[in-house]
Design a protein around this ligand. Structure first.
Ligand code: AMP
Length: 147
């Protein structure tokens, strides 16, 4: 029987993330696996159309957004009993960063929601789809039901 040793829960803090988190927690319990948590902040850049250049967001705002994301991550981690060293907050492409964290940390199962903040219209959201296609390990897409 397949058994997982390290499960990575990818959360986008959307309204469904608790449901996805509960599934990941149940699985970790069943397999006696380590459970880790990751949130990726989409690249904090804007394009200045006038100059055709890409400039970073205001640094204070970036720090504020990071602090707020860190607090949300810590709160979710606390409800799941996940220690600090198993929590990651990264900036970049969600799909690429989730896969990188999984590979660098010997994750053998990634848990995502079937879709999140990017809309229920798609059968599989873009992050879920990207992770599913490119991850080296198993991926569980927890079905999020349309209301
Ligand atoms: P999406 O494909 O963007 O609709 O989201 C599907 C699932 O991918 C979500 O339910 C989360 O599990 C995960 N996900 C999406 N965006 C992020 C993010 N920025 N950080 C971590 N996980 C994410």
């Amino acid at each position: 029987m397949t058994t997982y040793k390290h499960i990575l829960l990818a959360t986008d803090f959307s309204e469904h993330c608790e449901h996805v988190a509960n599934k990941a927690k149940e699985l970790a319990h069943q397999f006696q696996a380590k459970l880790s948590l990751v949130h990726i902040m989409d690249n904090l850049i804007i394009t200045d159309a006038a100059y055709g250049s890409t400039i970073p967001f205001d640094l204070d705002l970036t720090a504020e957004l990071m602090a707020s994301a860190r607090a949300r991550l810590a709160k979710l981690a606390e409800t799941l009993g996940i220690p600090d060293q198993n929590q990651w907050l990264e900036v970049g492409s969600p799909k690429l960063e989730i896969i990188r964290i999984a590979e660098e940390n010997g994750v053998d199962l990634i848990v995502v929601g079937s879709h999140g903040r990017h809309g229920l219209a798609l059968l599989l959201g873009s992050t879920a789809n990207g992770v599913l296609h490119h991850a080296q390990c198993d991926v569980l897409a927890v079905r999020i039901k349309d209301k």
